[in-house]
Design a protein around this ligand. Sequence first.
Ligand SMILES: *Cc1c(COP(=O)(O)O)cnc(C)c1O
Length: 448
Amino acid sequence: MKVISDPNQPTLVDRSLAAVWHPCTQMKHHESMPLVAITKGKGPWLYDEQGMALLDCISSWWTNLFGHSNPRINGAITEQLEKIEHVMLAGFTHPPVVALSEKLCALTKRNLGHVFFASDGASAVEIALKMSHHYWQLSGKPNKKKFVCLENGYHGETLGALAVTDVAIFRDAYGALLQDVFTTRSPDARKAKPGQSSEDVAKEAAAELAELFEKEHHNIAAIIVEPLVQCAGQMAMHSPEYLRLVRNLCNSYEIHLIADEIAVGCGRSGKFFACEHADIWPDFLTLSKGISGGYLPLSLCMTTEKIYQAFYSDQTQQGFLHSHSYTGNPLACAAALACLEIFQTEQVLEKNIDRAKDLANAFAWARTDSRIEHWRQQGMIIAFDVKNSALKNPKSFPREMFAKCLEEGVLIRPIGNTVYVMPPYILTADESAQMGLSIARALDKVLV
Ligand SMILES: *Cc1c(COP(=O)(O)O)cnc(C)c1O
């Protein structure tokens, strides 16, 4: 534990380190790594007690779409607060959950016409896995119970979601607790050999998947993928061709396709759903993170009429009996509805085309920097990798880079040697440019 500088007057940071066990953190690292106490936010800016401003380049863990303290979202939550803050969703319903479900279904052109709600992303993944598993039991194919996931994929950290996650730092300590899954090759475009395109890599990965399906389809319930970008897996991007090929294979072998759009959904990829880039619909689609604009925990799993109907019966146990206490919370749904309204009335997806160009311009320097490789972009995500030869200490690079960026007034969290930004959809061209320059300066200080 950090030594408190003046025991009579501990700072907010001192008190936090004494009482709060922070997520995804080796707490001892805070002996040298800064912990930032945020007391205010406005637009893309976060402020600490002393008023120091930080540009939130990663949307507070990919959740914030329209800035902190957004007047329209604030207003929607406040208005809902005066009506009903929460009511259970079993046996009851309420206006925000109905309107939100209708709007989301319409966005899929009713290909996914049923929405099941939860609170965090991992729970939405659990729901998709359980629904798929249960569907095959109900359909007289109880052997179809194994899941296929992608190398380097991430789907959350509860035990079911972690089983289909292939990121060592999250998984290693808990391997003994996890169900057995098939892990198939990632279509990560960085693997392209000289002369190969990202489509070629996608085809090779899909060919390997086809072999697995051919051999094991009797035992496989579903494959889960993060469409276009494996975000926690160092922002590994792939061609939409992969999604088309996987959709076809799933059709041929009677295997569900789960599209985990928790990070890439809600416009992040350039379209509202990343699957739209490939012109396909999955059997299950999960959303969380951006859906409430980064305001309140809300997640959901959408599915098809066919799957919904398999559960529709006089038998109680044939229903999907899963639940969470805060399922479909009205305040969170009101925030999500406000976000969908902003998308519509402010032509967000159209304007993001220019915002994505601003981002590309802001990081143009990195495309030709000899210390950097694999510059890549998908919509409102830009990422690049620092070459090993430029790293002083690969293990501590993410923390050093984070700390140097704080000094420059920008919040980023590199993953391994990957630097990325994933800002809210509100940056001005000037703010984007400032972000690019600040990160370039910080990088100069950290690299050899
Ligand atoms: C963040 C994330 C999750 C897990 O969401 P939590 O709310 O953190 O549980 C699942 N899948 C993907 C693709 C994610 O990026």
